[in-house]
Design a protein around this ligand. Structure first.
Ligand code: DCT
Ligand code: MG
Length: 404
């Protein structure tokens, strides 16, 4: 029952209660968090998970099994494989024998036999069969289109879609997002490099500062966790004065559109009842977009041919002028910024585990808007990510170790 939350948010402005007032006892660190054996703590948000770890041979396979489970809409199996993979990613050593999994939560049963097979034979037959299966290959292809989720892909698969070209049949009614995704498919399959992400940030900052000179923009998502490449770039936008944020995203997007930098955008307004939104989403004003990032000689000939992003110059020679890049832009009120930063830094599994831990261990609801104490019926303020971890009784995990 989150009726109390409804009330505080119904005006559109959250009314946070001072954290010190309602959280005295929440600051006590959990007994487990103090030990040095953080690698085997049950929740991924209690562990430190670096980007590069010691068990990728096993985790790669477990993640294929997890993805196949998600394609079969089996959330339980998806979570089982994902939690096992995440546990192994946080181990500070390479697993040598299956016996070492004895004390590792989530690594029993089916996962244990998979781990054993890989340790002994170097491959997992089940994963090899999955990779070779038509259903898996097709679902992987279709869900890699911007705007296509598992349910749509499954429906298309049942309707006989096997290749992207099959979607040209007018009987398939594509959304504007999916049409843009297909149009720029080849480019969007190329990883976005850190250098491209940084150029993107400069471009967007310039546009935003045209309207609000001291606006803040922060790169989040995988890049903030230290990844050198990603499937998109995620940004958070904020300002100490909420009024300065009103309408600025739309104005900046129009400004960039006028310069020919935008290929697609979908602006979602701020929801005044964010708790009603799908639990995987939030209520911040967001723009899901595809930018045309100007490029020099960044791409190889074959990448260019595949992407179709070549433009004829007067002499008939082709040269690249832009690369399509997926960008998510999120506007957050200053008070909610630490929560939005924590929520948008990821990884997805780290976030899922933070929310699970908050609810199961602390009876609190964590979103990218705030932390809500269900027992004391209050909203808890925080001025930094460190404070949010402290409120939850968790040891602070820096972004570089949230690659769960
Ligand atoms: N997020 C989440 N739950 C979702 C989707 C996103 O908690 N269902 C959060 C976690 C990561 C962040 O938003 C950005 O999402 P992505 O861009 O999808 O993830 P990423 O870690 O940035 O991965 P990539 O590098 O591939 O973009
Ligand atoms: Mg991302």
């Amino acid at each position: 029952d989150i009726g109390w939350f409804t009330e505080s948010m119904s005006s559109g402005k959250p009314v946070p209660v001072d954290a010190r007032h309602c959280l005295q006892d929440e600051r006590t660190p959990s007994s487990t968090a103090k030990t040095d054996h953080s690698a085997v703590l049950p929740y991924a948000c209690q562990r430190r998970t670096p980007l590069i770890h010691h068990n990728s041979q096993i985790t790669d396979v477990l993640e294929i099994l997890a993805q196949a489970a998600s394609f079969q809409a089996s959330e339980v199996r998806f979570l089982g494989f994902t939690r096992a993979a995440s546990m192994l990613k946080s181990l500070p050593y390479k697993l040598q024998s299956v016996e070492e999994t004895e004390n590792l939560l989530w690594c029993g049963g089916h996962c244990k036999s998979v781990i054993q097979e890989i340790l002994e034979d170097g491959v997992c037959r089940e994963a090899e069969e999955i990779k070779a299966s038509k259903h898996y290959q097709c679902m992987k292809l279709l869900t890699s289109i911007f705007g296509v989720g598992v349910r749509t892909a499954e429906q298309w698969y049942k309707d006989g879609v096997r290749r992207l070209d099959d979607l040209k049949d007018p009987k398939f009614k594509l959304t504007a997002e999916q049409r843009a995704g297909l149009e720029h498919y080849a480019d969007l399959q190329l990883p976005v490099t850190r250098e491209e992400a940084e150029r993107m940030q400069c471009m967007i900052r310039e546009a935003l500062q045209t309207f609000v000179p001291d606006i803040q923009i922060t790169m989040t998502g995988g890049f903030r966790r230290g990844k050198q490449q990603g499937h998109d770039v995620d940004f958070l936008i904020t300002h100490p004065d909420d009024n300065a944020l009103t309408g600025v995203l739309k104005k900046a997007m129009d400004w960039m559109d006028g310069k020919g930098l935008l290929l697609y955008r979908h602006l979602k307004e701020r929801s005044h009842a964010p708790y009603k939104v799908n639990r995987n989403m939030d209520g911040h004003e967001t723009c899901y977009s595809i930018f045309a990032l100007p490029v020099g000689d960044l791409k190889s000939e074959c990448e260019l041919e595949a992407s179709g992003v070549v433009h004829r110059t007067g002499s008939g020679v082709t040269s690249p002028i832009w690369k399509a890049i997926r960008v998510d832009l999120v506007v957050t009120p200053f008070l909610e910024y630490p929560y939005a930063l924590l929520g948008w830094t990821g990884s997805k599994h780290f976030e899922r585990e933070l929310r699970r831990y908050s609810w199961q261990e602390k009876k609190m609801t964590l979103t990218s808007h705030g932390l809500f104490n269900g027992e004391k019926k209050c909203l808890i303020l925080a001025t930094s990510e460190e404070e949010i971890f402290a409120h939850l009784g968790l040891e602070y995990v820096p972004p570089s170790h949230r690659n769960a």
